[in-house]
Design a binder for this molecule. Structure first.
Ligand code: GRG
Length: 289
């Protein structure tokens, strides 16, 4: 998607501008930028830009929100990879942050990305009440009520065999969905859309988030099958509860199609046509990594 490529450049420029080397220790800058520059699809900033373009607003309005979102997402990946959590060695095709630097530096790089994202949001050039709203919503999406709470419940669920579809959904709505919904709602605040459009954009985000997670689970299963030829539900399958594990692979694909339909219905209800948001939905559902 050509637009996604240009939005990627836009957010990468903002990430450089907002995280200037001179303002912090070199090693901290190196560790933060190592993960920020490691690539990634930049889906969250792209959703902000897609809303702005949908309502014919300048992309520059979203610079702070886009950078803050990518910084919090990157911090969550750095911390998720630590030995105390997933203990991963590779992320985005490169050694994880704690492997490249050391554990303490990786923790501090994550802490700095999280904390600095709020400083950057506070610099958004809008009326003060809108900036406060953007900060409040961001902290709900990223904190104990959102991503961090979802991550903790996900860790607890890994130890249980009886995780229901409802619980799985609630975990993903917070762990990955909350930041995606925030990207859309923040776009709505920045673009100053009608209340009915704001509600539809949020609902679109919720369906998009669930679709994102189901697709992620399907990609995991299909990747495993391609590598070692094992089937969903076989004994070798990882114990973690996933959509394909609860619904079967075909059931998960049906559930994905249903979420896509619901997301599309929200887009049709908007007061404007939204081809770029449709393209983002297609991109997320058709992605292969
Ligand atoms: C450590 C507080 C804390 C939270 C971690 C999001 C998260 C919460 C952990 C990531 C673990 C994971 C693999 C989640 C599944 C969802 C997923 C595929 C996230 C990766 O997001 P993408 O695909 O990544 O947008 P890129 O690399 O493209 O930015």
């Amino acid at each position: 998607m050509k637009t996604l490529q240009s939005w990627k450049h836009e957010v990468e420029r903002s990430l450089d501008v907002f995280n200037e080397r001179e303002s912090m220790p070199d090693r901290l800058h190196d560790a933060m930028m190592y993960s920020l520059e490691a690539g990634g699809k930049r889906i969250r900033p792209a959703l902000v830009y897609a809303v702005l373009e949908t309502y014919d607003r300048p992309l520059s309005l979203g610079a702070e929100v886009a950078a803050a979102l990518e910084m919090v997402h990157t911090y969550s990946l750095i911390h998720d990879d630590l030995p105390a959590m997933d203990d991963d060695d590779v992320r985005r095709g490169r050694p994880t942050n704690h492997r490249q630097f050391d554990e303490a530096t990786a923790i501090l790089a994550g802490d700095a990305l999280l904390t600095d994202s709020f400083r950057i949001l506070a610099e958004t050039k809008l009326e003060a009440h809108k900036v406060v709203e953007l900060i409040g919503l961001f902290s709900q999406a990223a904190g104990s009520r959102g991503m961090v709470g979802g991550q903790l419940d996900d860790m607890l669920a890994e130890k249980r065999a009886d995780v229901s579809l409802e619980t799985l959904q609630s975990i993903h709505e917070r762990k990955t969905g909350a930041l995606l919904v925030y990207a859309l709602e923040a776009g709505a605040v920045l673009a100053d859309v009608l209340p009915s459009d704001r509600a539809a954009l949020k609902a679109f985000g919720r369906h998009l988030g669930i679709a994102f997670q189901i697709q992620d689970d399907i990609l995991d299963v299909e990747g495993d099958e391609a590598v070692i030829g094992k089937r969903v539900g076989s004994d070798e399958q990882n114990d973690k509860t996933t959509y394909p594990k609860l619904l079967g692979l075909d059931g998960a694909k049906l559930a994905l199609a249903r979420e896509v339909e619901l997301a599309e219905a929200e887009l049709t209800s908007l007061s404007v046509k939204a081809p770029l948001l449709q393209a983002m939905l297609d991109f997320i559902v058709k992605r292969n990594h």
